[in-house]
Design a protein around this ligand. Structure first.
Ligand code: CP
Ligand code: NVA
Length: 296
C-alpha cells in the first residue's frame, strides 16, 4: 500500500521509530532517477531547502513549484493537479492552507503524498523536533516537553509525537487558542501524559524542554493586533525559563520573533538548540522520503 505522511498521529510507534532510524541511515539511492514535486502555497525557508537537499542526497530531482502556478482549485482541481503530477514524480509534497487539500491529494494519488505544513499539522517539523530532543535531552518517554503559546499546526504535531513516544506534553496556551477537551482526549489516547494550563508558569514548571512558535501563523496576519494582545503574557523569557528544569533546552520551529513569543536572551542563549533543530529538518526530510519510498 502506498505510504503517505500526513500526520504524526496516523503512524504507529514502530513506524515513527523506523522513520527516525531511516533519517540517519537512508538508502542513498532511494530516489535514484526519480522526481519529487514540492508545492508551496505559503513561503518557506527550512522546509523548501531541507526537502530539496534531501531529495538530491537520495539521488532524486526536486521540482519546486509555487502554489499559484498550479492553482489548487483555482486553475484546476486539487485532484487534477495530483493525478497529473503523480505521472511525473515518485513523491508529491505540499504546503497548503487547507489540510483538506492534503487529504484530497491522498485520496487520488498512487504515489506518496507528504504534508509540508497545513493549518492542522507539520509532521516534518515534529520529526526534527524529536531527533533534536533525543540528541540534547534524552529519551522522550522520560521527558516533559512544555509548549507555550498558540496550539496550532506545530504544537499539534509535536504533542502527537511526544504522546506516541510515551513522554509528557505540558501545554501552556490561552483559552480559545488551546487544545479543547476532544483534542486533549485524542492526544491522551495516543499514549504518554497530557497536561494543559492557561498559566505559562504552571505549564513550564519542571519541563526538560520548552518549545514555542509564532503567535501569528501564515494566513493570520489580519489578526495580528488581537493576537499580540492575547499572547502578551506567553513570551518565553528568562523569568519563565527559570521555572523549567535546570538547564532546560529551548526550541522553536522558526521563523522566530524576538520580543514576541521568545525573548532575545532565551532564543540566542546557551540553552537554545534552535539552530541544531533547524538543521535536523534535513535529517528528518531524509527519513520521511526514505520511508515513503520503501513501499513505492
Ligand atoms: N519551520 C519551518 O517549517 O520553517 P519554514 O516555514 O521556513 O519552512
Ligand atoms: N505556525 C507557523 C509555523 C511556521 C513554520 C505557521 O503556520 O505559520
Amino acid at each position: 500500500m502506498t505510504r503517505h505522511l500526513v500526520d504524526i498521529a496516523s503512524l504507529s510507534v514502530a513506524e515513527l521509530r523506523h522513520i527516525l532510524d531511516l533519517s540517519v541511515a537512508a538508502p542513498k539511492h532511494a530516489l535514484a532517477g526519480k522526481g519529487v514535486a514540492l508545492i508551496f502555497e505559503k513561503p518557506s525557508n527550512r522546509t523548501r531547502h531541507s526537502m530539496e537537499m534531501a531529495v538530491v542526497q537520495l539521488g532524486g530531482h526536486p521540482v519546486y513549484t509555487r502554489g499559484e502556478e498550479v492553482g489548487f482549485d483555482v486553475r484546476e482541481s486539487v485532484e487534477d493537479v495530483t493525478r497529473i503530477m503523480a505521472g511525473y514524480h515518485a513523491v508529491l509534497a505540499a504546503r497548503v492552507f487547507r489540510h483538506s487539500f492534503i487529504e484530497r491529494m491522498v485520496a487520488v494519488s498512487d504515489v506518496p503524498v507528504i504534508n509540508m505544513l497545513s493549518d492542522a499539522s507539520h509532521p516534518l517539523q515534529a520529526l526534527a523536533d524529536i531527533i533534536t530532543m533525543e540528541e540534547h535531552v534524552g529519551p522522550i518517554a522520560q521527558s516533559t516537553v512544555a509548549y507555550i503559546g498558540d496550539y496550532n499546526n506545530v504544537a499539534r504535531s509535536l504533542a502527537e509525537a511526544v504522546c506516541l513516544l510515551g513522554g509528557t506534553i505540558s501545554l501552556g496556551c490561552p483559552s480559545a487558542y488551546d487544545a479543547d477537551d476532544d483534542e486533549l482526549a485524542r492526544l491522551a489516547a495516543l499514549g504518554g501524559t497530557v497536561r494543559q494550563s492557561a498559566s505559562p508558569q504552571e505549564a513550564i514548571a519542571g519541563a526538560d524542554v520548552v518549545h514555542t512558535d509564532t503567535w501569528i501563523s501564515m494566513g493570520q496576519e489580519e489578526e495580528s493586533a488581537i493576537r499580540r494582545k492575547i499572547f502578551s503574557k506567553y513570551c518565553v523569557d528568562e523569568d519563565l525559563m527559570a521555572l523549567a528544569a535546570p538547564n532546560a533546552k529551548f526550541m522553536h520551529c522558526m521563523p522566530a520573533h524576538r520580543g514576541e513569543e521568545v525573548s532575545a536572551d532565551v532564543f540566542d542563549g546557551p540553552n537554545s538548540v534552535v539552530i541544531q533543530q533547524g538543521h535536523h529538518r534535513l535529517t528528518a526530510a531524509r527519513g520521511a522520503l526514505a520511508w515513503v519510498m520503501e513501499k513505492s
